[in-house]
Design a protein around this ligand. Structure first.
Ligand SMILES: Cc1cc2nc3c(=O)[nH]c(=O)nc-3n(C[C@H](O)[C@H](O)[C@H](O)COP(=O)(O)OP(=O)(O)OC[C@H]3O[C@@H](n4cnc5c(N)ncnc54)[C@H](O)[C@@H]3O)c2cc1C
Length: 324
């Protein structure tokens, strides 16, 4: 049987850049804060984060998370590794994890999303090494290399066209799908000399995750040093949906400028929201959410006449004298 629920001012679900950043803000605001996470931050996939401010030599995503965790612990945040199965909206909110039940006056969902890798056998080993999802994160590191974009829609066409700023060798492979880009995009691909293969990829040939070529169904080799895919994302929005928070057509949680969802007291930050999915943006959104939650708890205490009372400055001086 699960033990009785424990109660916090704020419960943050998610231990990626968004959740950790919010936890640091809430801990430093002296709020009783719990961070729950299942240990699967996408940041772990990146071996060398080059676009996070303050690390000119780059930093492994896993190291960045370790540093964030130590920072949150330093400010008194409780951290529990647990997978949260359900969230119910009540006063307080109630979260049922696999290990325990948790209650919080405010909840921040920072559960992120998963980028879908292409449907190619053996490709997972290449993730973060030579197979990427994000031009802003990874185009810089593959300059001048042979690049394949795996995709079949307008987004894939624009990806390929954008990559021409980094390499003259850019091709698209639709991996057996019918290309669905429109006439304007087809015209641009033609104008800029981006070749397109519509054959299915049967295998990836790589050395320790570093791609050398793709084998097409014809037996032909499509040589490449790096690939980008635009297959799509799966937003981890189950808890938000259980709370009836508004989602957009991509399944991301709709938030206002304070990261507040459509449900009073429920906040969301990071890649779970419609923001561009970047670590520094997730961390920034976490900070905004942490500040907003703190403000909302403060306002509630004011209205309920529940703030700690102050003594007169003289009292303080007296007690310091007494302590001495
Ligand atoms: C291969 C790869 C390379 C990347 N490279 C870069 C890069 O160079 N630069 C960059 O800025 N970004 C990069 N990214 C994107 C980056 O990883 C994300 O922007 C970032 O991790 C998003 O942070 P987040 O906090 O929103 O979500 P995440 O970091 O994904 O964290 C989500 C957290 O929620 C937890 N969680 C989810 N569901 C539950 C649940 N039910 N119960 C408990 N916990 C739960 C997870 O365990 C995890 O702790 C890369 C991504 C990939 C896949």
């Amino acid at each position: 049987m699960k033990p009785d629920a424990m109660m916090w001012d704020a419960v943050v679900v998610g231990g990626g850049p968004a959740g950790l950043s919010a936890a640091v803000y809430l801990g430093r605001a002296r709020r009783r804060t719990l961070l729950l996470h299942s240990g699967h931050s996408m940041a772990k996939w990146e071996l060398d984060v080059q676009n996070y401010l303050g690390f000119p030599q780059g930093i492994a995503g896993a190291d960045l998370l370790d540093r964030g965790l130590s920072q949150a612990l330093r400010y008194g945040v409780d951290v529990v590794e647990d997978n949260v199965d359900s969230l119910s909206v009540a006063e307080p909110f109630r979260l049922v994890g696999r290990e325990m039940v948790y209650e919080g006056k405010r909840i921040l969902l920072a559960t992120g999303l998963t980028h879908l890798p292409p449907d190619i056998p053996g490709v997972k080993e290449c993730l973060g090494r030579s197979l990427f999802f994000c031009k802003d994160c990874d185009a810089y590191r593959v300059q001048g290399r042979r690049i394949v974009i795996i995709g079949w829609n307008n987004e894939a066409a624009e990806y390929a066209l954008g990559m021409l700023a980094f390499s003259p060798s850019v091709k698209i492979c639709t991996n057996g799908r019918q290309a669905v880009w429109d006439g304007i995009h087809a015209g641009w691909l033609n104008e800029y000399g981006v070749s397109v293969s519509s054959l299915r990829i049967c295998a990836v040939d790589h050395d320790g995750g570093w791609i050398g070529s793709f084998t097409l169904e014809s037996g032909e080799l499509l040589e490449a040093d790096a690939a980008f895919t635009t297959r799509g994302d799966v937003a981890h929005n189950r808890l938000a949906a259980q709370a009836s928070a508004a989602l957009n057509e991509d399944g991301q949680v709709v938030v206002d400028h304070c990261m507040h969802t459509s449900v009073p007291g429920l906040y969301a930050a990071g890649c779970l929201t419609p923001a561009n999915c970047q670590m520094i943006i997730a961390a920034g959104q976490g900070a905004i959410a942490g500040q907003a939650i703190n403000r909302s708890l403060f306002e509630e205490s004011l209205c309920r006449h529940a703030l700690p009372t102050g003594g007169s400055p003289t009292d303080g001086v007296e007690s310091r004298r007494l302590m001495c």
